[in-house]
Design a protein around this ligand. Sequence first.
Ligand SMILES: [Zn+2]
Length: 174
Amino acid sequence: MGRILSCEKLRVVKDQPYHYNESGLDVTLLGIPQYLCDSCGASYASISNVQKLNRVIGNFVCEKRKALLRPEEIKFLRKDLQLKAKELAQTLGVTPQTVSRWENGKAEIGEAHDRLLRSIYMMCASERKSEQNCFGVLDVFKGFPHDRKKIIQPKEILLNPQEWLGGMGGFCPA
Ligand SMILES: [Zn+2]
């Protein structure tokens, strides 16, 4: 909003589609009041509830876009997950260089990572929507060490009754 101060007279336009370029995607919003400066051509939009808007866009990308995720879509999903490239890399078990190649279009994300990124996004979106204190899927992946082939762990899973007979614990009701 910094530039708005340098614009003197702003004209309000209410019936024109707004190109939500801030998303990095080709998104057009209807019914958004816009403020146009006739002298410099700048336009400003008043978008309320940007978080929810981004969530709707992210879910649309994950659910409706059938092709492999495009570079700008990967970047959008990562940003809405509030992850740095390095953190997304750790979450998906790839190097940060791989993530940057996906985001600058030098490499395709590939089937498995495409599905994993969509899954993580949709799970996080529904966790936030329900405002449940679900076990964070992101934290699970982030907590994985680098070389998991070397991990030695018991095969047995030992459970006490209260671990499944008690309340819902930290789990999602779904
Ligand atoms: Zn201006």
